[in-house]
Design a protein around this ligand. Structure first.
Ligand code: SF4
Ligand code: SF4
Ligand code: SF4
Length: 350
């Protein structure tokens, strides 16, 4: 194929960078489409079907990162595929050492659990950063609308998870006990008079109390994203750990730019290294210090390195933090705002 491609003036590396992936079959490519947050307008979907029928195989593949992939496209048709999809504003994804298309769940727009507009955030990241070369490795961003974390945001290089901090208006409370039962982690307990008592160190910021209270006594005092950094999947998976809390939705692009800037600068000379591996190598303090300069109100005081999930051998290929590091992660703002380590890790839902 390579010699044929050369003869035809086709640059295979450039194709892969643009989301065209060489298949096993002679002259055949998979074309990965750029679909931030997995959202495809129906009108655009019709064009994708039209192009797939014209140039692709008998099926399309839905990638695990929410992309539609047209399979079995002959490389002679790649220009036509790109042009015809472009008529419906449908772009091609990227591969290689670039900022990839972000993934997201439905968020708050129509999902009753959603606390933030993940689709808007994903679209903003895609518009601002898609395809930027990192010079080292891929960089994946994911958005979950709430702590259920269906998109498994902590396994992205940068994972955003919707969060809300509840505050109780005691005067409005009916002492019905509904919020005590609705809290999934026991962060609200009954007081002596059956009044609800908030236990902030147990709270995972899910908002169930706010959504379930019949009198509106629980309100949101803060809303935004919990941010975990350093995750990845693959041969040596890592789960990203906590770097910021209640980051406003309006700061998502700037925050991601700062992480990217730290990654690019600090991985100089280290070749093909993922963000999580770089954090393990440099220590979490360097990235925390960098983020604190721009986001002092949201960067946590301390955190732990990305956590290893050894899916291959059970031999723990990464350095394991010392006992003392298995501590509570705290943010830097308020009393009692402690986030237990076990609640910050692997909150993946379905
Ligand atoms: S993370 Fe899951 S439950 Fe939460 S808003 Fe997204 S899809 Fe809904
Ligand atoms: S659900 Fe609302 S009204 Fe009922 S106990 Fe909780 S805060 Fe009070
Ligand atoms: S936000 Fe969620 S975890 Fe926190 S108190 Fe309310 S129901 Fe419990």
């Amino acid at each position: 194929m390579e010699s044929q491609a050369k003869k035809a003036g086709v640059d295979l590396d450039a194709l892969k960078a643009g989301g065209f992936i060489k298949e096993v079959g002679k002259e055949m490519f998979t074309v990965r489409l750029r679909i931030p947050g997995g959202r495809v307008p129906v009108s655009r979907l019709k064009k994708i079907v039209e192009v797939a029928e014209k140039y692709g195989g008998e099926f399309v593949h839905l990638s695990l990162r929410q992309a539609i992939e047209l399979v079995h496209v002959n490389f002679k048709h790649l220009d036509d595929v790109t042009r015809e999809l472009g008529l419906a504003d449908q772009g091609i994804a990227s591969c290689g050492a670039r900022v990839r298309v972000p993934v997201a769940c439905g968020g708050c727009e129509y999902n009753p659990n959603g606390l933030v507009d993940t689709q808007k955030s994903a679209a903003e990241i895609d518009t601002a950063l898609f395809g930027i070369e990192t010079g080292h490795h891929k960089l994946k961003v994911g958005f979950a609308g709430c702590p259920c974390d269906c998109p498994k945001s902590a396994t992205n290089d940068i994972g955003f998870q919707g969060a809300v901090r509840p505050v109780l208006d005691k005067a409005a409370c009916l002492s019905c006990g509904i919020c005590v039962k609705a809290c999934p982690v026991g962060a609200i307990v009954n007081g002596e008079e059956k009044e609800p008592l908030f236990v902030p160190e147990k709270c995972i910021w899910c908002g169930n109390c706010i959504n379930s209270c019949p009198s509106g006594a629980w309100q949101a005092s803060k809303r935004g994203y919990t941010v975990r950094i350093g995750g990845k999947w693959g041969i040596n998976p890592l789960v990203g750990t906590l770097f910021a809390t209640f980051l406003p939705e309006s700061h998502v692009v700037d925050f991601t730019k700062e992480v990217l800037a730290w990654y690019v600068t600090n991985s100089e000379g280290l070749g093909r290294i993922r963000l999580g591996d770089l954090i393990l190598r440099k220590g979490v303090g360097s990235l925390l210090d960098h983020l604190r300069l721009r986001f002092p109100d949201h960067t946590v005081q301390k955190t732990i390195p990305p956590r290893v999930i050894d899916t291959q051998t059970g031999l723990q290929p990464y350095p394991i933090p010392k006992e003392g590091e298995m501590c509570y992660e705290t943010d830097n703002r308020s009393e009692g705002n402690l986030l237990p380590f076990q609640l910050l890790q692997g909150q993946a839902g379905a």
